[in-house]
Write a protein that binds this ligand. Structure first.
Ligand code: ZN
Length: 99
């Protein structure tokens, strides 16, 4: 078998992952719902899932941070942080927030 026929045979039984570009057998690829021509290998599916989770966590953190900052702004504007009971409680919360 020449190199060219070998390549043609490979292409017939293998498709390339649209994410990492590696040749994979057709049954090792996951296809997108609206773009079935796009196949992604299982490794990349896991990789993308991790990326999605990290992305979601980052978005969540940003949302929480801006919510906390707006609450903090309100508290400062009303002077609640200087009240005898609420003040120390708010400072404690502030110190124990993850940022
Ligand atoms: Zn891949």
């Amino acid at each position: 078998m020449s190199a060219e026929t070998q390549t043609a045979a490979d292409q017939a039984s293998h498709s390339r992952c649209w994410c990492c570009g590696r040749a994979r057998s057709e049954d090792a690829l996951v296809h997108l719902g609206n773009h079935p021509e796009v196949g992604i290998c299982v490794n990349c599916v896991h990789f993308l899932r991790r990326r999605a989770r990290d992305h979601q966590a980052t978005v969540m953190r940003q949302r929480l941070r801006s919510a906390a900052e707006s609450v903090r702004g309100e508290v400062m504007a009303r002077g609640w942080h200087q009240r005898p009971v609420i003040g120390p409680a708010l400072r404690w919360v502030n110190q124990h927030l993850p940022w």
